[in-house]
Design a protein around this ligand. Structure first.
Ligand code: FES
Length: 75
């Protein structure tokens, strides 16, 4: 059985799905990835999820293939 990750759906460090992150963004009226990081909702630890959250904000999708990140995202 393969253990490869087939989809990326969450911030692993905060254990929050991208859909949960979006709901929290709506609740707190957050608009940017930096606000999500500053509020410690997601992306504030290892940062691996940041380009995926950025892609979520662009596309409205909550599930991505590994590496399917926002090409315009830069640290
Ligand atoms: S996976 Fe989101 S901060 Fe580590």
């Amino acid at each position: 059985m393969s253990r490869r990750i087939k989809t990326v759906t969450r911030c692993v460090c905060r254990y929050r799905t991208f859909e949960q992150i979006k709901l929290l963004m709506d609740t707190y009226e957050l608009k940017t990835l930096q606000e999500v990081i500053d509020k410690k909702i997601a992306g504030d630890n290892c940062g691996m999820c940041r380009p995926y959250i950025s892609n979520m904000l662009k596309t409205g999708e909550f599930e991505f293939a590994p590496g399917e990140v926002d090409p315009d995202y830069h640290e």
